[in-house]
Design a protein around this ligand. Sequence first.
Ligand code: WT7
Length: 665
Amino acid sequence: MSTEETPAVKTYPVAPRLQATPTPHIGPDLDAYRAAHKGSVGEGSDEWWGEKARELLYWDRPFKTIRSGGFATGDIAWFPEGGLNVSYNAVDRWAFEDPDRIAIIYEADEPDGGCSITYGELLRQVSSLANVLSTTFGVRPGDTVSIYLPTTWHAAVALLACARIGAIHSVVFAGFSAEALRDRINDCQSRVLITCDEGRRGGKAIATKAIADAALEACHGIVEHVLVLKRTGGKINWTEGRDRWWDEEMAKVPKYCPPRVMSAEDPLFILYTSGSTGKPKGVVHTSGGYALCAALTVKYVFDVHKGDRFACMADVGWITGHTYIVYGPLLNGVTTLMFESTPVYPTPARYWEVVAKHKLTQFYNSPTAIRLLRRLGAHHVEPHDLSSLRVLGSVGEPINPEAWEWYHEHAGRGQCAIVDTFWQTETGSIVLTPFPGAVPTKPGSATVAFFGHEPVILDAMSGTPLEGNNVEGVLALGTPWPSIARTIWRDHARYLDTYMKPYPGLFYTGDGAARDEDGYIWIKGRVDDVINVSGHRLSTAEIESALIMHKGVAETAVIGTADELTGQAVYSFVTLKPEFSYDSGNEAGLVKELVLQVRKVIGPFAAPKKIYIVPDLPKTRSGKIMRRIMRKIVAGEGDQLGDLSTIAEPSTVDAIKQKVAEGNA
Ligand code: WT7
């Protein structure tokens, strides 16, 4: 019998500010949640979804069918006869109702550099850009447009302008390198790129246009037009005939553009994400189903009411930015905040100054940022008036209970609900979450299913569903929901292989999960070769193939290891080609080169924290690299390596142990 005691898990009742006005959409308790959720799944749920789709969105052409197809056949469709325009739904509806309502608060990198955009102005901006794209550049419905911009309000305009004319946007996070941008443009064959002269983050300039220029050099002339936003006025190179200034082109076109009615199943955007191979996947989201879930989750997970000021502190280049900065809040007609800076610029009080300045009502953020601010001290939070807040969100990685408690106590002052929201680029919107007015929370648990979801925990080996409570396995989702990705761009087979085939009849998430004694779900992290650093998804294979491009590298193994601040950190083991000669006294120099290599091929955020040059990698007799051994050694469990009988060359293990020990010394 184990003498170890599991620490009691604290449960927090529905937060005080969710028991006051406005009355939460779902409340006051778990029974209310269960009753509401019941309508959204199983028999009779078609009616429920039809009603929500009509309530939350305006349809130019009504749908007849609610849903068709399924996981196994890979032909999922929602509201297939329906026609709508997502930009009309996100902008025009509110611009006509109340043109002076603030749509976007832009909080620039410089604390005094921001501005606000009303819904009336947003409609003019989106329309103008839609006209530039279609009339000036000849973009047609179904064409792709690549966007490489920082989180300024112009980025939201760019997404919505594409949606207005039925073009498919492909946003590439502005922290990606030229090579990563090149690959993402080539894959979706965009003829148009929207970018800016320079970015600014944490007071530093980023050479955005120069990176884009380098990417385009390798794109074999696919990109005919580059629209350049003047963000800083810094000096840039200019390609006559290809490059045009945003402001100049906008001034030449009419300020209204009629929205084009799209089919519910027409793609709205592609967003590239890392999988378990070296090649990123272009995840495809649709117009109707995606828009519905974006709107629905903002309304219910964050308990948004008219007049709220919603802030998601993500970058617009990730799915969180798409769904919870741009589409979700605007589809609800509330005010959304776009934050271009970092949590610590110019000081670690920046977030709280922003909350107080704009009287924000919801604040959605990553565990990494919370852990960082916790470490820097509560004295940065305390002086600020945060009494406008009702719901605090967390997303991207498991949040450890200590960070949760700190967030609750210092940002929430014990008064706010904390929603730990689990979802993925592929799910398009939140899957597991507390409903803030109804579900008591436990620090570290994403708790219960959102509407339309039936999560299943499976035994990983046999694929058998683990019924009941107190079970742990891998997480799958039981029924198609409207915002599930429909395909991987030009690679439907990979879509089926990755998500549908591992456990037939279910959608496979790639995450480990447990269900506790109360039926609450706890996400345990990825069980595949995906690493999660600060909520940024990286694949071990992608980093490995970046390293292998270095002339001296023979083999590499990349692993994710627990990190106090970033959740996970990238560690890599590298062997060198015998013919590669280098000054072994200057190993640090080589390691630096290798780090630069990863920054160049993927981007700075993927840079390994540690690189170990080793004589050999542990492999099975059939030549498979045994990453599990390296994971254990790095985690300090080198004396518990378990069964090593399959290893071809046991001496490799000692060499690695020694190297890691030296590195830690
Ligand atoms: C992976 C998806 C969803 C937007 C940001 C990341 C992890 C996400 C949580 C959470 C524990 C989480 C999972 C998931 N993840 N949210 N609340 N608790 N883990 O999107 O890049 O598609 O990554 O992020 O491992 O599979 P993504």
